[in-house]
Design a protein around this ligand. Structure first.
Ligand code: HEC
Length: 452
C-alpha cells in the first residue's frame, strides 16, 4: 500500500492531506489503528488480554472469545461493544477527573480503533504465524490476587442457600464467625461466589460485627464498618501500604447477599441451583505490621429525604460529606439499581472555594459494580473541612433501556426493582502532619517530573 506521511502528535495520528488519485486514497481511523489490521497480529493480543478472562469456558461472559473462529463469528457485535465502550465492562469517563486507576479495564483509543478497523475490513485472520501464544490466565474459580499474594490467609464462607430458576429476587443474611482471634490488618480482600453460584449472586455486602456484653452482635464502627462489597465483575480490593483496615479479633461477618433467580450471563440448565455459597478471601499483613493510619470502607448516603421517581420521570440526588481531620480517598464506588444512569464525586476545597471533579461515570450500569481504586500517587487528598460532594442521576423513562415499565413509580428499597442512592468510599484517616507530608511528597515528585 502507498505510504502517506503520518505523524503522531500526542497520541493522535494526523494524516497530512496531499493530492492523491481517488483510487489511492486510504481512509484512516483518526486514532492510529494500523492501516491493515489482522486478527493474528493486531486483534488477538487485545482480546487475549482484555476479554478472554470472562469470555472463555467457565467465565461469566455469555460466549467464548478464545479462537479466531469465535471472534470472527461475533465480529460485528464485538465492534459495536468496543466502539461504544461497553466492553470491557468498565464504566468511567475518560475525559474528566482522575484517570490513573488500579485494575482499570478500559481499552486505549488505539486499541479501540484497531478492533473497529479489523471489523470494518471484514475481520481477516492474517498470517497464522503472527498469532501470539495462548495467554496464561488464572483459573476462573481462582482468587483474583493469587498471583500477587498466593492463596488467602483466611477464607470466611456464608451458609449455603438454594436458588430456584424462576421467581423473585432473594435475600440471604447469614452471620458467621471469622474464626480469627487476634486483631489483624487486611492487605487485600475479595468476595466471590463459589463455583456456579456466580451465575445467581447479584451482589454480596459484608460487615464485621462484634459481640457486646449482652451477647448481641453489634456493628464495628459508628456507622458500621464494612468488610467489602461484591458485585458481578468486581475483582476485590487492595488496601494501600502503610495503612490498616482492621479486622478485629473474634469478629463475625454479617452477610447481605442478594440473589437473582435465573442468573445472568451464563448458560445454566437446571431448575434449582443448590448450595450457593459466597466466600470472603482475606490476605493479612503480618502480626507485627507497622502502620500510621487507619483506613475504612463505608457506605455514605447521597440523598436528603425520600428517593422517589415518578413514572417517566428523572431525579438527581446529592450527598455532602466532611471530616474534622484530613483524609485521603482511596476508592470510590457509586451504587444504585436499574434507573441510576450517572454518578460523580467532587471536592470543594474550603480555603479557595474551588470545586474539583474527581470522578465521573456518565454511563453507569447496574450490571457492573466497580470500585474505582485510585493510584496511590493521585488518590485525592481532602483537607480538614473539605467537602466531598457526590451526585447521582436517575432516569425512569423509556429512554433508559434498563427500565422495564416506565409507567411505574419507583422508590428507595432493597429489591432490584427499587432504587438506592449511596456510594462506597475507602478512606484513610490522616492527621495534619501526615497530610502536609503527603502534599509535599507529591509536589516534589511533580517537580522532578517537570525538570527531567
Ligand atoms: C469482566 C468480564 C468481561 C470482560 C473483561 C469482557 N466481557 Fe464481554 N461480556 C461479559 C458479560 C457478563 C456479558 C453479558 C452481559 C452484558 O452484556 O453486559 C458480555 C457481553 C459481551 C458482548 C455482547 C454479546 C451479545 O449478546 O451481543 C460482546 C460482543 C462482548 N461481551 C465482547 C467483549 C469484548 C470484545 C471484550 C474485550 C475487549 C469483553 N467482552 C470483555 C463479560 C465480560
Amino acid at each position: 500500500m502507498s505510504h502517506l506521511p503520518l505523524r503522531v502528535i500526542g497520541g493522535v495520528a494526523l494524516v497530512v492531506a496531499i493530492a492523491l488519485p481517488a483510487s489511492a486514497q486510504v481512509s484512516f481511523a483518526t486514532t492510529g489503528a494500523p492501516a491493515e489490521v489482522t486478527y493474528a497480529k493486531d486483534v488477538a493480543p487485545i482480546i487475549q488480554n482484555n476479554c478472554m478472562v470472562c469470555h472463555r469456558p467457565g467465565g461469566i461472559g455469555p460466549m467464548d472469545l478464545v479462537s479466531y473462529e469465535d471472534a470472527r463469528r461475533y465480529a460485528r457485535r464485538i465492534g459495536e461493544q468496543v466502539a461504544n465502550r461497553l466492553m470491557p465492562p468498565y464504566y468511567y469517563d475518560n475525559d474528566i477527573g482522575i484517570q490513573e486507576l488500579q485494575h482499570d479495564w478500559r481499552l486505549s483509543e488505539q486499541e479501540i480503533a484497531t478492533v473497529v478497523a479489523w471489523v470494518d475490513q471484514g475481520a481477516p485472520l492474517g498470517n497464522p504465524a503472527d498469532m501470539p501464544p495462548p495467554p496464561d490466565l488464572i483459573d476462573t474459580d481462582e482468587w483474583a490476587f493469587v498471583r500477587e499474594y498466593g492463596q488467602p490467609d483466611a477464607i470466611i464462607r456464608s451458609t449455603p442457600i438454594d436458588v430456584p430458576l424462576g421467581g423473585q429476587d432473594m435475600m440471604h443474611w447469614p452471620i458467621v464467625p471469622s474464626g480469627l482471634t487476634e486483631d489483624r490488618c487486611i492487605k487485600a480482600i475479595q468476595v466471590k461466589p463459589a463455583g456456579d453460584a456466580k451465575s445467581v449472586v447479584h451482589h454480596a455486602n459484608s460487615t464485621f460485627r462484634l459481640e457486646n456484653d449482652n451477647g448481641d452482635l453489634e456493628r464495628v464502627g459508628a456507622q458500621g464498618e464494612h468488610a467489602t462489597e461484591y458485585a458481578m465483575g468486581k475483582l476485590g480490593e487492595i488496601v494501600p501500604d502503610g495503612v490498616c483496615r482492621l479486622l478485629p479479633a473474634n469478629a463475625y461477618v454479617a452477610w447481605d447477599i442478594h440473589l437473582f433467580p435465573g442468573g445472568i450471563g451464563t448458560n445454566l440448565q437446571t431448575d434449582v441451583l443448590e448450595d450457593n455459597v459466597v466466600e470472603m478471601g482475606l490476605w493479612l499483613h503480618p502480626r507485627d505490621y507497622q502502620y500510621r493510619y487507619r483506613q475504612d470502607l463505608r457506605l455514605y448516603g447521597i440523598r436528603q429525604g425520600e428517593l422517589v421517581l415518578k413514572p417517566h420521570g428523572t431525579a438527581m440526588t446529592q450527598g455532602f460529606l466532611t471530616f474534622d481531620h484530613p483524609v485521603r480517598i482511596d476508592s470510590f464506588q457509586p451504587h444504585g439499581h436499574l434507573r441510576l444512569r450517572s454518578a460523580s464525586m467532587e471536592i470543594l476545597y474550603p480555603e479557595t472555594g474551588r470545586i474539583e471533579i474527581i470522578s465521573m461515570i456518565s454511563n453507569w450500569s447496574a450490571l457492573w459494580h466497580q470500585s474505582h481504586i485510585y493510584d496511590e500517587q493521585v488518590a485525592p487528598l481532602v483537607p480538614t473541612g473539605g467537602v466531598i460532594i457526590m451526585k447521582q442521576w436517575y432516569d425512569n423513562s423509556a429512554n433508559n433501556p434498563n427500565v422495564v415499565d416506565p409507567d411505574l413509580w419507583a422508590e428507595y428499597g432493597n429489591r432490584t426493582s427499587d432504587e438506592m442512592s449511596h456510594a462506597w468510599l475507602a478512606v484513610t484517616h490522616l492527621d495534619e502532619e501526615g497530610y502536609q507530608q503527603l502534599l509535599e511528597e507529591r509536589q516534589a515528585s511533580q517537580e522532578r517530573r517537570v525538570t527531567q
